[in-house]
Design a protein around this ligand. Structure first.
Ligand code: SAM
Length: 252
């Protein structure tokens, strides 16, 4: 994340800020059709447990209207889990910049949820949505890919109602001795190979593991969330720090 204002990390490469989004879009256009299968293979199914733990934090109301915005929502995992956990007045907007990922999400949703779900193409950095609208904002494995994270956090704050909650699930930093070495070897030696074999795209999965290493530590990311105006900011590690759930509240 370090560097001047016009360049940023794309994995271990330095690229112009303006170029990063195009490169990220190419990654997800390329992997969209195999994205869900790859998640199961790479994580041994663990991503399902992380997403379930994440949605337990969202706590959609079963009795009252509840509006969730799931940004970088891709193929819909967080939206579907939230709709299953919530009541009939729980509604989810899935927003993603990538039509290929949204297309898979729409197909998976089919007609199951009717008007309780909608899919919107848009950029996390400038949401095409009104202010003070949502009870919760989620972003799962998405914020790492956004070129200007501060802009995305500011937009999250804008679209939430006062009293609304920001929740982010993201890869984090393993801090369990022993696990860190195994995780490092698995990430760099195994994941790109699975990407090559299953998705026919080694580079995209090389980007994935490199981008995880470049993401800020939980402490620095918490400070960024606070700087965007959120209060009661916390983070909770999952699976020894492979992932973390970050939370903040719009208090005013
Ligand atoms: N949230 C889903 C999940 O947990 O399975 C998908 C996560 S996927 C790793 C990252 C998603 O972020 C992709 O669908 C990508 O298109 C989206 N994305 C990247 N940059 C974005 C941006 N600036 N605004 C909105 N979505 C973005």
């Amino acid at each position: 994340m370090a560097g001047d204002e016009t360049s940023t990390d794309f994995g271990f490469e330095r690229v112009r800020l303006a170029e990063k989004q195009d490169r990220v879009n190419e990654v997800f256009r390329s992997v969209a059709k195999r994205y869900d299968l790859m998640n199961d293979l790479m994580s041994g199914g663990l991503h399902r447990a992380w997403k379930s733990a994440f949605v337990s934090s969202v706590r959609p109301s079963r009795t009252r209207p509840f509006r969730l915005l799931d940004v970088a929502g891709g193929t819909g995992d967080i939206a579907f889990r939230t709709l299953q956990a919530g009541g009939p007045d729980t509604k989810v907007t899935v927003l993603d910049i990538n039509e290929a990922m949204l297309g898979v999400g729409r197909e998976r949703a089919g007609h199951r949820y009717g008007s309780r779900i909608d899919f919107v193409a848009g950029n996390a950095e400038s949401l095409p949505l009104p202010s003070d609208t949502f009870d919760a904002y989620t972003i799962a494995f998405g914020i790492r890919n956004v070129p200007r994270i501060e802009n995305a956090l500011a937009e999250a704050h804008r679209v939430l109602k006062v009293g609304g909650r920001f929740l982010c699930l993201e890869f984090s930093h393993v801090d369990v001795p022993g696990l860190d070495k195994i995780y490092e070897a698995y990430s760099f030696k195994v994941i790109p190979r699975i990407g090559a074999m299953v998705a026919g795209d080694k580079e995209s999965y090389q980007y994935l593991v490199e981008s995880i290493r470049r993401f800020p530590t939980p402490g620095s990311f918490s400070r960024m969330i606070e700087q965007a105006g959120f209060g009661h900011v916390t983070h909770r590690p999952l699976s020894g720090g492979i992932c973390a759930i970050h939370s903040g509240w719009k208090l005013a």
